[in-house]
Ligand binder design. Structure first.
Ligand SMILES: *Cc1c(COP(=O)(O)O)cnc(C)c1O
Length: 365
């Protein structure tokens, strides 16, 4: 049995152990080919089965309707920040952006490069250090917007949209990199969903995107081929050599997710983890101070909190590590502690953390 830690890194992040063990078992001789999946032609039937299954599992687990295409892309979440406006904001089209953190800001910045003033901010909580999400009455969607972009989970500041912004029928476009598939949700209001894989799905670099047919039809065909959603959709994400190994790991993760009961079971685990961890923070309000001020906005993926001073914070990280828990140090600009508890972090892992936090609070308070 290998040495494994409890991994609270924000990304790349923990993956389900059975998905990794499957990769280990299959590495040298994949499906009796005498090769690893990295060494097989991406046009061979053995790879094609993996590719097809990965896409089918996204569709099945999320109940994606037939009028959506599921794409497997490269370039991480960051390339999507640019690809989305490049594809949609042609011919003077405009879009609205909701700014709730660093990633949402980056998405907006790329849209400004592509579309200038046609990319507009319609709500932001930056002046409050992103400690909450904008309320519905603070979001005024422009009637001429081709889409409304938001980031469903703020990996850095620890807020998460439990219900999505209302846009009166204007398509949502969403960066779901850090909470994709944490629960079932209705994809129908979305023109585009994209998620870098390294938080909840698999290796970095790979992106899973879901695009609605009418949104796809509105995409530009005057861009370099690799930047066109239309080409990736027409070629079933096999326009060029895909990141085969990353897609294979994605397949393993999704197959594992299905085996444990799908997204309903995963959501139940995530809710339990949230109750355990936020329950502990709320029991010691003088010692653990959460960054997010509105309870409903608290993320079930990334939990930011502060301890009384830097010495105690450093001791928390150090003693956590000595107890087999890594990745607890907060984001550099925010400080404090960040616990990232994506799907692969188990309820037992959080019980271990909470027991540590209880003992630590008693010792240092
Ligand atoms: C991690 C993350 C990204 C960054 O994606 P890359 O794959 O590094 O380009 C984008 N958005 C969110 C919300 C993230 O958490």
């Amino acid at each position: 049995m290998s040495h494994r830690v409890i991994n609270f890194y924000a990304g790349p992040a923990a993956l389900p152990l059975p998905a990794l063990e499957r990769a280990q078992a299959e590495l040298l001789d994949f499906e009796k080919t005498g090769m690893s999946v990295m060494e097989i032609s991406h046009r061979a039937k053995e790879y094609d089965a993996v590719h097809t299954e990965a896409i089918a599992l996204v569709k099945e687990l999320l109940a994606v309707p037939d009028n959506f295409k599921i794409l497997l892309l490269q370039g991480g979440g960051n390339l999507q920040f640019a690809m989305l406006p490049m594809n949609i904001l042609h011919s003077g089209k405009k879009a609205d952006y909701i700014i709730t953190g660093q990633w949402a800001k980056k998405a907006y910045k790329e849209a400004r490069i592509v579309a200038g003033d046609n990319a507009r901010v319609i709500a932001t909580t930056e002046s409050e250090k992103f400690c909450r999400l904008p309320r519905p009455d603070e979001i005024k969607v422009n009637a001429d917007a081709a889409y409304v972009h938001f980031c469903s989970n703020n990996t850095i500041f620890g807020t998460q949209w439990k219900t999505f912004p209302q846009t009166g029928g204007i398509p949502l476009a969403c960066d779901m990199s850090s909470d994709f598939m944490w629960r079932p949700f209705d994809v129908k209001p979305f023109g585009l969903i994209y998620a870098g894989a390294q938080k909840n799905l698999g290796p970095s670099g790979l992106v899973v995107a879901i695009i609605r047919d009418d949104f796809l039809a509105a995409c530009s065909d005057k861009l370099p081929s690799m930047l066109q959603y239309k080409i990736h959709a027409e070629k079933n994400s096999l326009y060029n050599t895909p990141p085969c190994f990353s897609i294979y790991i994605l397949r393993n993760v999704l197959a594992y997710n299905k085996s444990i009961g799908g997204l309903a079971a995963i959501q139940k685990n995530n809710l339990t983890k949230g109750e355990l961890l936020y329950g502990c923070i709320d029991r010691y309000p003088q010692f653990y101070k959460g960054h997010v001020t509105v309870k409903e906005d608290r993320s079930l993926m990334n939990v930011d909190f502060f301890l009384p001073n830097d010495e105690v914070t450093d001791a928390f990280v150090k003693e956590g590590k000595a107890n087999g828990m890594v990745g607890l140090k907060g984001y550099r600009d925010l400080g404090g502690i960040r616990v990232s508890m994506y799907n692969a972090v188990t309820v037992d892992n959080i019980k271990t953390l909470v027991a540590f936090m209880e003992a630590f609070a008693k010792k240092h308070a």
